[in-house]
Design a protein around this ligand. Sequence first.
Ligand SMILES: [Zn+2]
Length: 331
Amino acid sequence: MGLGVKQKIAGTVTTAKKVSWRRQARLNPHGVVLMYHRITTPSADPWELAVTPENFAAQLEVLRHFGAVRPLCELAPEETGAPHRQIAITFDDGYLDNLDAGLPILQAAGMPATMFISAGYTGSENRFWWDTLVQIFLETDQLPERMDIRLGSTRRVFKIGKSPSPARRQKMILTIWKDLVELDAQAIQDGVQRIADWAGVSRKATPQDRAMTLAEVQRLAGSGQIEIGGHTLSHPALTLVPPETAAREIAEGRAALRDWTGQPVESFAYPYGMHDDATASFVRDAGFKRSCTVLPGIATSATDPFRIPRLHVKNWPADEFEKQISSYVGR
Ligand SMILES: [Zn+2]
């Protein structure tokens, strides 16, 4: 999840870099890997993770003319006679709406996709932790006037007052997100529980924001249209947790998905896009063949298969999507 925040962490992309992708795009056939998270209409979406079913269908229509949509594992810009523009569609996290709303639209369009699933959330009664923060800070009208909560080793105090402005709410959610993201899985769950108790908000997911169950992941895998990819167990920041935790999260997430689906699990996406040389080698050692980041760029034959860049697709209608993807790859 969470590209808005991820971009802030990763730093902004310079114009010079953009120019060099475009030059690359003109010189080589290339691949564009699209990153989606959710196909739904949420009430608040601070990280722009959701695309409505209507816009998703319209975006796939644009892709039909734009290039050849291929499974991520078959993206091969270097192939002789390959289409000039190849596109792969990916989804992160494993939300139920990927199956309920995303799959039928992909099926109607006859397009494959890769869905990266955080196996530890599969079947969870609770929301993904960042969605509980949205529920608390953006969707709860009346918050207590003061918060004083320990998150890991940080004591976070907010004087909230009677009616915090939307900007103040955005600032609070971002601060708490940053406090939590660097903690281990249990500390994140404990921290979110403390904040939920303070706000009087339940962590229990609804059909609108829950992760898939095991049976639902199996249905997705059995559709014949979706490649299931790894996204760890608990969605930790792999560069911030201890190396042995990172390696275990990557390997056990893959093992669970293989057991559940009986299919090979060869593609991975770094949670929050956070990766470094050590994480990339854990992913390779676990048996994955490729891995996606959240950094923008195009994939060519020169791209490191463990650092595949992606375009974060937002809730753009067809004309805006066409404009965005065209300017992204160059003409
Ligand atoms: Zn994710």
